[in-house]
Design a protein around this ligand. Structure first.
Ligand SMILES: Nc1ncnc2c1ncn2[C@@H]1O[C@H](COP(=O)(O)OP(=O)(O)O)[C@@H](O)[C@H]1O
Ligand SMILES: [Mg+2]
Length: 179
């Protein structure tokens, strides 16, 4: 399908199993085996499977955070698996992750506002002042403006998840697809 935003084809991720000194090497773990699917712009796709069935590994391979063994991942028509360094960084900017455990993905030493602003400051291309952008993002995820000055441990789990969402939205991942 040519109008897919994300096209995953025959993606496999194998992990070499660790060998105990007294045994022969066990077979590799086939965490993801020839998975194909596509996601259209604005489409929401859920992936369901029992614990250990390879959901997180699949997501990590799509984001090139884990090396794929075989297959192809096309985002907006661009093959990601053959890209490296700067070229990969440019495409990856259009994709953002909201981690399952927001506590692990937020810096506990930075306020919520600083956590949200981090990506904006890295990009150094915000037209508006960063503080105004943070206030706007907090509003988008239903948190009060004052939340910017509080630290991750001072929020509930659900509120922390909202901060993670605001942080992902901050860098405007492929926003042109959402208009
Ligand atoms: N870095 C790794 N090295 C070796 N094996 C791994 C690694 N990451 C995940 N696995 C194995 O791959 C399989 C799939 O794991 P995962 O993708 O985390 O499953 P899920 O997210 O569906 O619970 C599991 O058997 C897990 O033990
Ligand atoms: Mg998982």
């Amino acid at each position: 399908m040519s109008d897919a935003l994300l096209q995953v084809s025959e993606l496999s991720v194998h992990f070499a199993a660790r060998r105990a000194w007294f045994r022969r090497a066990p077979p590799a773990v086939r965490a993801v085996q020839e998975v194909s699917f596509s996601v259209a712009p604005r489409e929401i796709v859920g992936l369901v499977g029992e614990s250990g069935s390879g959901k997180s590994t699949l997501a990590r391979a799509i984001l090139c955070l884990t090396a794929a063994t075989a297959g192809s991942v096309r985002f907006d028509g661009i093959e990601l698996l053959s890209r490296e360094g700067r070229a990969l960084k440019d495409v990856r900017r259009g994709m953002q992750v909201i981690f399952q455990d927001p506590y692990a993905s937020l810096n506990p030493r930075m306020s919520a506002g600083q956590n949200i602003a981090e990506g904006l400051l890295l990009q150094e291309k915000s037209a508006r002042p960063v503080a105004a952008a943070v206030a706007d993002l907090l509003h988008q995820v239903g948190l009060p403006r004052a939340a910017a000055n509080r630290y991750p441990h001072e929020f509930s789990g659900g509120q922390r998840q909202r901060i993670g969402i605001a942080r992902a939205l901050a860098v405007q991942p492929s926003s042109r697809h959402c208009r």
